[in-house]
Structure formats: C-alpha cells, structure tokens
Design a protein around this ligand. Structure first.
Ligand code: HSE
Length: 438
C-alpha cells in the first residue's frame, strides 16, 4: 500500500491528540482509503521537554522547516496556532506544492485570502475542517455534501465557552461575571476570556463558513460582532418568560436584495421550540438551510483534543487521497458563485427585537416610548411590565416586529434620552428561523 509521509508542526494538545488518534486509528484509515499515513517528523518547541503524549524522540525536531521542507515529507499539518510562525509554515509548505492541513481559524481569518491564493498558485490544497466547530464535519458538508445547494441561511453555535456560560446563567439564574469566574476556575474559559466572550473566536469561524457558503472571501473587519458580556440574568429571565433562550449565534444569511449576505455574531433570542435552543453547555451546532435540501442540523463537540483530532484526520485522509490519485484540485477552496457577494452593513440587516428599558414608573412613559417606535415605523408585537417590581424604576420589555438595525438603533438612541429612562436601553435580536422575512 502506498505510504504518505506526514510532517507535523506542533506536538501540544492538538498535535498530541492527532498523533494519538493516528496511532489508534491510522491502520483503520489506511484500510478504508487504501493509502497509509506515516508520521515522519514532529516539530515542537523543545524536544527534550516531557509532554502529555509520548512521541518517539527520533521523530522530534525543534526546527519546523525539517517537518515541512524535507523532500521526503509529502503532507504537512500545521497544529501550533497563532498567526505568525503558523503563516510561515503554511506558506512554505504550499510553495513547495505540498498539501497542508490546519486547525487554525485565527490564521485563516487573518490570512485566508493570501493562503488560498498560494494554494491555487502552487498547485497544492489547504484543508481546514478542524478550524470550525471541532469534530463536526461542517466544512466537508458545505463543500461537498451541499454542493448542489445554494445556502440561504446558516446559524451556528460555534463557541463552546459562550454556550457553556449562557447555559449555566439560564440554569442557575446567575450573572455573567460569577459564571465566568467559575468557568475559568474549572478550565472551561480561558484567562483572559476576551477572544471567546467578546465574540471574536465565533467571528473567525462564522467568516470561514460564510466564505465557503457564498464563494467570496469575507473580510473579518466587515463582520458585525457582539459578545455576551452585556447579557444579564434579567434578560435571560424575561426571555425565558416569553418562551426564548439566549444563544450566541454566528449568522450567515442571504438577503433578499442582490448578492448581499448578512455575516454577524451576536447574542439572540431563540424560540424554545427550535432545536438550537436545546444545544447546551460546551456543545456546538450548525443549522444550515439549503435551497434544495431544506433544513439540516449538525451537532457535536466543538473543541477538545479528540474532537479536533477527528477533524484533522478527516483532512489528512483527503490530502493523502489527493496525493495517491494525483487530484490536488479535486476540492477547490472557494468556488466563485453566480454573483460576487458583498457583506451587508449591519444597519441594513432586518430582525425582530427584544428591548428592555429601565424606566421610572409614572404615567405617560409607555406612551412616549411607543410614540418614538411608531414615528420610526417600528411595530410593537408585545409589551410587558412585570408586576412585583416595587421601587423607583421598573423594567419595561418590548418585543418588536421586523425592522432594520439602523431604524431600531436610531429609535433607541432617542428613547435613551427620555428623562424617564434610567439606564441604557438593552436590545437583543430575536431569531425566528422563519423562511421569509419582509
Ligand atoms: N475557544 C473555543 C470555544 C474553542 O470555546 O469554542 C476553540 O475554537
């Protein structure tokens, strides 16, 4: 059986997981694919250091170039993370015409355009299944499984840390800060947590999915990103009373007009009856709508050594088959679609909204707020002023019909200036997953 020599850059949690998974299931893969994967070199920072995964010393090197440039290496896996050395590793391998597998969403988000163009130019391919939603094979699904579909909408719970925090906030009625502190103690959240809780990790992944689904490179700067720091226990409680659960969603939606696509990350109210509301703790899920297939759901572990290794092994299998069959371009990275896309500015994006105001309880306040919404042509679908909130201020909750972000932001700005409004209005979008929007 033909053997493909693999050079791995990285022997930490991800690299170690891939090495272990290959030890366990490499022969099974070979029997299925009729090509074997042989780990020929593993580049690590310090070969002498003890590591969780035992890798034979003879394979280890401190020089990543040995795992990339040696002519006996056919295929390279970049598993170190970061965007500097990782970029150099990937570009060097591609320039040598070697297929590359990476798990690095930050690298793809920052340098994807350059890396995919290098892959095309030098006749190699770049595989990245592990970069989005860990063990869920969503890249392969979009690239191959749904090749016969236009993707009209995609909603992803793609950050396990945020989903874990929001789940616990809901179950315990607790505040963001206390759940975050506990999650950090338990190792579920990083310190500092910004990349996850401010939505950037989800934005990296959502941008990759959007690029793949719509066939143009999505500039990460064009993605509207809101994290979960401002989600309060009170919002979760009121959302619950209205029949919703708050989730951080990565959203990619084809708009009605032209080739505009919404690409955003923000917390949203999800109807409890929708399956995405039941994706709890650190699990990820991606809900895809195609114009032929309809709705499809992918659910699984979005992070962790084994889930990531599973995705990397899938890519290694594809790359090994490419080498065996001489089909390096069987799977083009991004296929241009029938019109060249554009990321719609958030101001143009239409949603429904949950708005929570903190108001002085006196006659005429509701009328003042309703007048501003009315003059802005924004419909109110329901209003709640809960009983039992004694004192000077009371929460006033509005559910709004479909409106553009621009119109709602402008109205809330005016509402925020009313003397009866005691703190900044809270606005959280509602995702109904309906087929058609106005
Ligand atoms: N930090 C990510 C998460 C996992 O919390 O989902 C790696 O992408």
């Amino acid at each position: 059986m033909q053997q493909v020599n693999l050079g791995m850059v990285g022997g930490g949690t991800v690299g170690g997981g891939v090495y272990e998974a290959l030890q366990k299931n490499g022969p099974l893969m070979a029997s299925r694919l009729n090509v074997g994967l042989n780990v020929a070199r593993v580049a690590v920072k310090n070969p002498e250091k003890g590591r969780a995964t035992r890798i034979p010393r003879s394979l280890l090197t401190a020089d990543w170039r040995e795992a990339v440039c040696d002519p006996d290496i056919h295929l390279v896996a970049e598993l170190i993370g970061g965007t500097t050395i990782a970029r150099e590793v990937v570009l060097t391998a591609l320039k040598l015409g070697k297929p590359v597998v990476t798990a690095n969403k930050a690298l793809l988000s920052a340098h994807g355009e350059e890396l995919f163009s290098a892959a095309r130019k030098f006749g190699a391919n770049l595989y990245y299944e592990a970069s989005v939603a860990g063990g869920i094979p969503i890249i392969k699904a979009l690239r191959e499984g749904f090749v016969g579909n236009r993707i009209t909408a995609l909603h992803g719970i793609v950050n396990g840390t945020c989903n874990y925090i929001l789940t616990r906030m809901k179950l315990e009625g607790a505040d963001f800060a206390s759940v975050l502190a506990d999650a950090q103690k338990l190792g579920y959240a990083e310190t500092p947590p910004d990349l996850d809780v401010d939505g950037h990790d989800a934005a990296h992944k959502t941008g990759i999915l959007a690029s793949l689904a719509h066939g143009f490179w999505v500039n990460p700067k064009k993605i509207h990103v809101e994290g979960i720091r401002n989600v309060t226990a009170l919002d979760i409680q009121f959302a619950g009373e209205l029949g919703y659960t708050i989730k951080l969603l990565g959203i990619v939606k084809k708009l009605q007009t032209g080739c505009s696509v919404q690409v955003s990350v923000y917390p949203a109210l999800v109807p409890n009856a929708h399956v995405m509301a039941s994706v709890n703790h650190a699990f990820n899920a991606v809900f895809v709508r195609g114009d032929i297939v309809g709705d499809a759901l992918f659910y699984g572990r979005g992070a962790g050594k084994e889930a990531t290794a599973s995705a990397v092994l899938s890519d290694l299998g594809d790359a090994a088959l490419d080498l065996k069959l001489g089909t390096k371009h069987r799977l083009p990275a991004f296929v241009p679609h029938d019109c060249s896309g554009r990321v719609a500015p958030i101001e143009e994006v239409v949603s429904q909204y949950f708005v929570r105001l903190n108001v002085t309880d006196r006659p005429g306040v509701l009328a003042q707020v309703a007048t501003i919404f009315g003059k802005s042509n924004i419909g109110i679908s329901s209003v709640i002023q809960p009983e039992g909130h004694e004192g000077k201020t009371v929460p006033l909750i509005f559910m709004l019909h479909y409106a553009t972000h621009g119109a709602v932001a402008k109205a809330l700005n005016q509402i925020g200036k009313l003397s009866a409004i005691k703190s900044r209005p809270v606005m959280i979008r509602v995702e109904s997953f309906e087929q058609e929007q106005p």
